[in-house]
Each structure stands twice: as structure tokens, then as C-alpha cells.
Design a protein around this ligand. Sequence first.
Ligand SMILES: NC(=O)c1ccc[n+]([C@@H]2O[C@H](COP(=O)([O-])OP(=O)(O)OC[C@H]3O[C@@H](n4cnc5c(N)ncnc54)[C@H](O)[C@@H]3O)[C@@H](O)[C@H]2O)c1
Length: 191
Amino acid sequence: MFLVIGGAGYIGSRLVKELVKKEEVVVLDNLSASYQEAVDSGAVFVKGDLGNEEDLQMIFRSYPIKAVLHMAANSRFGNSEQEPLTYYENNVSSTITLLKVMLEYKVKNLIFSMEETTSEIPLTPSERSKYMVEQILVDFSNAYGLRYQNVRYVQQAKADESISQFEDDQVNHLTAAHLQALEALLVSETV
Ligand SMILES: NC(=O)c1ccc[n+]([C@@H]2O[C@H](COP(=O)([O-])OP(=O)(O)OC[C@H]3O[C@@H](n4cnc5c(N)ncnc54)[C@H](O)[C@@H]3O)[C@@H](O)[C@H]2O)c1
């Protein structure tokens, strides 16, 4: 079974629609930036928070999770420079809680979603918080054998496309990139 955190969101909900076609899926979302109606009815939905260890414990105890897709984001909050605490808490602190529980239940496969920045150096608290998570994943991989894939994506608008067509293409592209990353991770596990 796959756990999709943030699975009611813009990208997460589309990903869940594809995943339920071949696998059982649990969605954890606090609905801070989304609606439960967006979650495919074929998935189990749990309203809860990534940063709440009890919510995570309940899921890992109840379902045989083999991989986690971390799609939770702060998109409805304001500018990360004005609200760094929210970003560090939701991206860094909550992800550490997730990793801790994954280790406890020996779940080693993680897909993490990154918005690629144009700069080599992370410039905002939002970018820095994602960068920190990347470093944490490297260390957890070396120390605990965590297996992960960062899915990076740069938004590239095309002049001849309408906004809705562009958005649709973008979500399709992102969904496909996450599915490919997941497949690669699971295939390499069995080799
Ligand atoms: N939208 C894009 O163009 C794009 C591009 C590249 C990467 N990404 C990445 O993909 C991921 C998802 O982006 P999105 O556009 O779908 O965002 P979104 O805001 O639409 O979805 C995020 C979901 O996470 C949930 N959430 C937030 N904090 C949570 C928490 N603590 N616990 C449980 N649920 C929580 C929200 O309720 C929401 O349903 C993000 O990591 C983002 O950086 C998005």
C-alpha cells in the first residue's frame, strides 16, 4: 500500500487518481489547502497532520505501507520570508517526524517533491527548508538505508499555450514524473 501525504492537493490528488488504478492507497491530509472531495473514492482518506506523530503511528500501525509519497506543501500560507516558522515547521520538523516513524516501521521508500529553483543557492525560507530536507534525506540514506527520490520540476510556460492548457500539461508531467520515480525506486529495491 502507498501512503500519499498531501494527497488532497493539486498534484497529490491527480497522483492518487493514477495510483489507485493499480495499488491500494492511503491519503493523509490536514485539508489546510484542499478539500476531501478531491481525493479519489478508491483511496482510504485520513484527516490528520504530517507533523502529528499519533496520526502517522495510527496509519503505519493499521496499513502495510511500502512507500510514502510526500506531497504536503505550504501553498496557502503567505510569503515564506514573513512566515519562516510555518515553512520550517511544516517542511523540516514535520518531515523529521515522518522519517522517524518510517524508520520505526521499517518503511524505507520515500518520494519527495521539490520545486526546482533557478538559483544554485536557496534564497528564501521556503527554498531553504526544502534544501534542508534534501540534506536530511542524504544523511538518513547513509545512516539508516533510507531509499528516496527527489522529484524536481521546473515550471516552463510556453508562449503559445493558454494558462489552463499549460497547467494541465504541467500536472500531467508532474504526475508522470512521480510515478516514474516510484517505479524506479521499487524496481531497484527488488534487484
Ligand atoms: N504545483 C506545482 O507546480 C509544483 C511544482 C513542483 C513541485 N511541487 C511540489 O509538489 C508538492 C505538492 O504541491 P501542490 O501544488 O499539489 O500543493 P497543494 O497546496 O495543492 O497541496 C498540498 C497538500 O498538502 C496538504 N498539507 C499541507 N500541510 C500538511 C500537513 N502538515 N499535513 C498534512 N497535509 C498537509 C494540503 O492540505 C494540500 O492538500 C509540493 O511539495 C510542491 O513543492 C509543486
